[in-house]
Ligand binder design. Structure first.
Ligand SMILES: C[S@@+](CC[C@H](N)C(=O)[O-])C[C@H]1O[C@@H](n2cnc3c(N)ncnc32)[C@H](O)[C@@H]1O
Length: 356
């Protein structure tokens, strides 16, 4: 016999699930605000009316009024009375300041594209096959870039590379570096700018990411940097690389063990494999209390696990699927004998150094 709903629990669940629904709708409005530059227009402007915001942005007052009211009702903006709305300095760091390490505007901006995956994914649940990074469009590629680019720009060279024993000196004297799963190349461009005597190679499966990476390379004016499509130009097995990096991509791969073996074959015997991947605990039970676990599982279905299952025999590790013990296994199975976790702060990633 089915149990009758407990009225108090029902009330709690109505509240929590309705809050989730409210958050999803407000998130769409935040994405609009980011795309239209509204947080930038509100930053340091003090309290403004919808007419004032219309003057500043050239956008339609009636639409802005609805948006402002919703944002204030959702607690994103402060309502100061008399039709005036204000962006606090704290929220400005999250949504207006693109250089802030706390900036989340890029993540909100990527949400509409992620949500669009819901329809094709209903088919994936039937077939078991997800969609590969090779098929992802420009908006997807650009959205992913925004998620981690500030870390590459602000932390990678000054704080992360010095944590790798002996690597900085090699880079300064002229080293050979590969970034596997390099996306749009932001990490490589930062390294190439800092170490002009070294040569840099990006390996990718996404033609859209490679195209965008080449555009960034042009803009940055860095010479010793090449992007390769692994489909026809894979990592060479000649033990020539002093440093190989994999940033947030192993858990996306259909065959991470093949990538690890290719990295082992490409790395110089004294070289370093620097790995960043999502910080998670080994069991579901341990991950449960983490407040971002629901988001990580959603991201997994929408993107990471889907990519990892884009071939019938794909590993499908997913966003939460590569915790430290599993990473160690993967690295050691490829022939690396030294593995250590690095103490580098990051909102979602863990970092590791592997050596032959
Ligand atoms: C989450 S994105 C991270 C991109 C980039 N490293 C960053 O941090 O912005 C994962 C990347 O891995 C790439 N990728 C997936 N499987 C790959 C493979 N087998 N070889 C090379 N790149 C791969 C995808 O195309 C995608 O660009």
């Amino acid at each position: 016999m089915t149990e009758a709903p407990d009225p108090q629990k029902l009330q709690e669940k109505v509240r929590s699930i309705a809050t989730m629904m409210t958050g999803a709708h407000v998130a769409a409005m935040v994405a609009l605000g980011v795309r239209l530059g509204l947080y930038g227009a509100l930053k340091d402007a003090g309290p403004v009316t919808s007419d004032g915001l219309a003057d500043r942005t050239g956008l339609h007052e009636r639409w802005l009024r609805e948006w402002l009211r919703g944002q204030a009702a959702g607690g994103v903006l402060e309502y100061q009375g008399e039709g005036k709305f204000e962006l606090s300095p704290e929220v400005a760091m999250l949504l207006a300041d693109e250089e802030s390490m706390l900036y989340l505007g890029g993540n909100f901006n990527a949400l509409p594209r992620l949500m669009n995956a819901v329809e094709p994914l209903t088919e994936s649940f039937r077939t078991g096959i997800g969609f590969s990074w090779t098929d992802r469009d420009d908006e997807w590629v650009a959205g992913t870039e925004q998620m981690f680019r500030n870390w590459y720009r602000q932390v990678l060279v000054p704080a992360a590379l010095p944590a790798l024993d002996g690597t900085l000196a090699k880079l300064e004297n002229g080293a050979k570096v590969a970034d596997v799963g390099c996306g749009t190349g932001i990490a490589l461009i930062e390294m190439a700018k800092a170490f002009p005597d070294s040569e840099f190679h990006g390996y990718e499966i996404s033609p859209g990411a490679i195209e965008r990476a080449n555009e960034h390379k042009q803009e940055a004016g860095v010479a010793k940097l090449l992007f390769h499509n692994v489909a026809d130009d894979p990592l060479p097995g000649d033990e020539s690389f002093d440093l190989i990096t994999t940033f947030d991509c192993l858990h996306d791969m259909t065959h991470p063990e093949d990538a690890a073996s290719a990295i082992r074959a490409a790395i110089e015997p004294d070289g370093v494999w620097f790995i960043a991947d999502i910080n998670s605990a080994p069991t579901f039970e341990e991950n449960l209390p983490n407040p971002i676990t629901p988001m990580l599982y959603a991201l997994s279905v929408l993107s990471c696990m889907s990519s990892g299952l884009s071939e019938p025999d794909g590993a499908g590790l997913g966003t939460v699927g590569l915790p430290e013990p599993k990473m160690r296994e993967l690295v050691e199975a490829a022939g690396f004998t030294r593995f250590r976790r690095l103490d580098l702060p990051h909102p979602v990633n863990a970092f590791y150094e592997a050596r032959v």
